[in-house]
Design a protein around this ligand. Structure first.
Ligand code: S3P
Length: 171
């Protein structure tokens, strides 16, 4: 299978869906945040604090270029990877770009107990999540080949829908 690039706001289920795709369709996973943290020997908040967002986005670009040699792989992008035009161009060379969406309320429920997302520091509430989502919406939508809404769906349901719709696109 071609690579699948999962994009979407924080808390839309990219990591969960990647794991599920990997189990159901024997795909490899590149979890971008995890690879970056491992390579730098630092957590994502530490990288942001020490070197800033621009540095982090450069690491994302480099990893997206590297991932082009992969096949049968799910590339799970950090929520902000689409903010840079170059990243979107590199994603498109990797395979099909799938956007996961969720309502601000659902995102809030999923992110409220974790502190590993520096972008949400001090704005972890439904209103500010909705605002940031709206600011980014155009970029997400422009990057996506396919959009999947995830509210009230289980991970296996999302995976099945994703594969079914990708196959239909290829017909
Ligand atoms: C970010 C999303 C995070 C992570 C970093 C920045 C963003 O990834 O890459 O904290 O700008 O939206 P997740 O979407 O996996 O939480």
């Amino acid at each position: 299978m071609d690579n699948i690039i999962l994009i979407g706001f924080m808390g839309t289920g990219k990591s969960t869906v990647s794991e599920c795709l990997s189990r159901m369709y024997a795909m490899r996973i590149v979890e971008m945040d995890q690879v970056i943290a491992e390579r730098e020997g630092m957590s994502i908040p530490e990288i942001f604090a020490a070197y800033g967002e621009e540095y982090f986005r450069n690491l994302e670009t480099r990893l997206l270029v590297e991932a082009q040699s992969e096949r049968n792989t799910v590339i799970s992008c950090g929520g902000g990877a689409v903010l840079r035009e170059r990243n979107v161009a590199e994603m498109k060379k990797n395979g099909k770009v799938v956007l996961l969406t969720a309502s601000p309320e659902v995102v809030y429920e999923r992110v409220k107990d974790s502190d590993d997302r520096p972008v949400l520091n001090g704005r972890k509430n439904v209103k500010e999540i909705a605002d940031l989502m709206e600011q980014r919406r155009e970029k997400y939508e422009a990057a996506a080949d396919l959009v999947i809404h995830t509210d009230h769906k289980t991970a296996p349901e999302i995976c099945e829908e994703l594969i079914r719709r990708l196959k239909r696109m290829e017909e």
